[in-house]
Design a binder for this molecule. Sequence first.
Ligand code: ATP
Ligand code: MG
Length: 434
Amino acid sequence: MFLVDRLRGMQDVLPPESDFYSKIELLMRSCAEFYGFSLIRTPVLEFTELFNRSAGDSSDIVQKEMYTFNDKSGRSVTLRPEFTAGVLRAIVNGLSGSVVYPLKIMYFGPCYRYERPQTGRYREFYQFGVEIFGAPSVLADLELICLANDIFNKLELKNVNLEINAIGCASCRQNYLDAVKNFFASIKDDLCETCKLRLSTNPLRIFDCKNLECKKLFDNAPHTVDFICNNCLSEFENLKRFLEINKIRYIVNTRIVRGLDYYTKFVFEFVVNFDGSDLTICGGGRYDNLSASLGGPDLPATGFGIGFERIVKLLQKTNNSIKINKKNKVYIVYMCENAKFVAVDIVSKLRSLGIQCDFDVVGRSVKSQMKYANKIGYDFVAVIGENELKKNNINLKNMSSGTEISFNLNNFHSDVYNYFKKNCDNSGLDISNS
Ligand code: ATP
Ligand code: MG
């Protein structure tokens, strides 16, 4: 046994499983690119204050889930539990007069939450997400939902349900909050101890409670849509119509309030049934006031985050294979000392032409080199020995069909390049899962 264990709730992902992860990441990123999003990279570590102020002091994340510690100079820092706050901080810090709105940003990376590990719940997990800054229109929310829907369709995920809700803007949200507070105050004795506390700190968070006794009480609680203003209501109606035009099925779930305090107007979740229970694979919504509340400019914004591991697990369960039209891979086998020098030359030339190739760096026998090429899954193998050197000819063997084509040794790299171009689908990173 190795002396050091892995931390609970964290995962190692080794090849070949990691290849599967990469393909899903690539698919998500290229879908978002197609919609005009560019990738941002932000630090994993931020000042704790950023999350306290954005997620809200009373949110589960801030209350119990953050990895917070003092750095060597005594400042309180936190491993990001989510991306939005850090991305917004980066955008506001980096804003210049020349910024063109709407700003469409995507991100991918690890998040950290000290939760009880269980199915689809880890302490280190990856999120893929997007944000649109500077677009107050409901059309921006529509774009996000269309993108997430496209991603799930391309991944061929089955039985994904979209749930949407209107939660009110700055002017009408308070009416709903008051109604929720009054309702739960009237049945205070039936609430669990945590929810009793939530009643005084942030009554909305009661809807996050996983306690079944509390959940039962939600049935009679006020519904968001009964309290929102006419403007919010008509925008919500528009969102529904736009979704219908896009033939995206949805249900209105007036209980979605989301786990973070900063949402306004619209929220949505994509939910799937996994092993008998509902699992949220994507959550998002509008957060028009977050920037100003952190001391930044007024910056309307909307975004979503996808739980990456949950998608991977779902796809693994359905044995879904994602194919990426990869470039053909060539393995050069050498049989003698002289051939080794030729192999080094050929590999270098093939690589400079963009052909993925490799050769033995271990000093293996010819038989073992062949075995290795087979195991790793090279599409083509070329063997160089005394015979090939004498004839100045070398055969390229197609490992799936078994056919061999002979090439002149001097032009091997360029002839193979032309051969691939003419005869093979080596279109690179074009992804599909058909
Ligand atoms: P949940 O209600 O499942 O705890 P959440 O509201 O805390 O979700 P968000 O903050 O909206 O989650 O994060 C967006 C997505 O990230 C979630 O929909 C989920 O797919 C994923 N996610 C959240 N927490 C975890 C975790 N601990 N492990 C793996 N994925 C997670
Ligand atoms: Mg959570």
